[in-house]
Design a protein around this ligand. Structure first.
Ligand code: IPE
Ligand code: IPE
Ligand code: MG
Length: 234
């Protein structure tokens, strides 16, 4: 039996991370090509981000494209890249719409100079904001860990601690996620935030990402507050 934790015992949610899965199936169910699912997925993401901003979430992380998603047909990958370019333009135009600092998690070096420069410019222009939106794009948890190791080696480190290692990850400026949500019905983490998920609460829903509304997010948050987090203690 789930009982909501008393409000005085509640720890606030600082960081919510989301695996935005199910776009392709959502489109197929409607007789549309998968690419359309991604378009509607961006709309859902915008509504969710707005809601997170309203309810005061400090850090929002979304999994938008994994290091394994390059295996998909070129047509779909191209459509996702085009959506990212469009999103970058929107952000450039409406820079003050949300008070989030934008950080891209993942190896940007695979992108062409133009896209990479735009991503970096957006990061630079928003860098003084207190809240963070992490967009995991060409992100893989294993890639991130290997990348952090190589960074530390290049810096000549001879000893690493959990703290110094965490600082070498793409998420250096974020606290660990309190809640990780996966839509789309699959019960796995698919290479997302492997290090950072150590004590995250996990929430899985069958709802496909384009149907994930702010009300659905509130259900996940409500569920989070029924959990008793022990972090290994009693
Ligand atoms: C998630 O939706 C978005 C990306 C991986 C880019 P999917 O495209 O994986 O949708 P399904 O899981 O095939 O329905
Ligand atoms: C995870 O979804 C990646 C993103 C949501 C960006 P996938 O659809 O790629 O995951 P698998 O293949 O079902 O594990
Ligand atoms: Mg999927």
């Amino acid at each position: 039996m789930n009982k909501t934790v008393k409000s005085e015992e509640r720890q606030p949610i600082r960081h919510i991370a989301m695996i935005m899965d199910g776009n392709g199936r959502w489109a197929k169910q409607r007789g549309m090509p998968r690419e359309q699912g991604h378009r509607f997925g961006v709309k859902a993401f915008q509504a969710i981000l707005e809601h997170c901003s309203e309810i005061g979430i400090e850090i929002v992380t979304v999994y938008a494209f994994s290091t394994e998603n390059w295996k998909r047909p070129k047509k779909e990958v191209d459509a996702i890249m085009k959506l990212m370019d469009h999103y970058l333009s929107e952000c450039e135009k409406k820079l003050d719409r949300y008070n989030f600092r934008i950080c891209f998690l993942g190896d940007k070096s695979v992108f062409d100079e133009k896209r990479r420069a735009r991503m970096e410019k957006l990061e630079e222009k928003t860098k003084d904001r207190a809240r963070i939106l992490n967009i995991a794009f060409n992100y893989g948890g294993r890639d991130e860990i290997v990348h952090a190791c190589n960074r530390l080696i290049a810096q000549g480190e001879r000893y690493v601690s959990e703290e110094s290692f965490a600082k070498a990850l793409y998420t250096a400026d974020s606290v660990d996620p309190d809640l990780i949500i996966r839509t789309g019905g699959d019960l796995r983490i698919s290479n997302f935030l492997l290090w950072q998920a150590a004590y995250a609460e996990l929430y899985f829903t069958d709802v496909l990402w384009p149907d994930f509304t702010p009300e659905e997010l509130d259900l996940a948050i409500e569920d989070f507050y029924t959990r008793k987090r022990r972090f290994g203690g009693v």
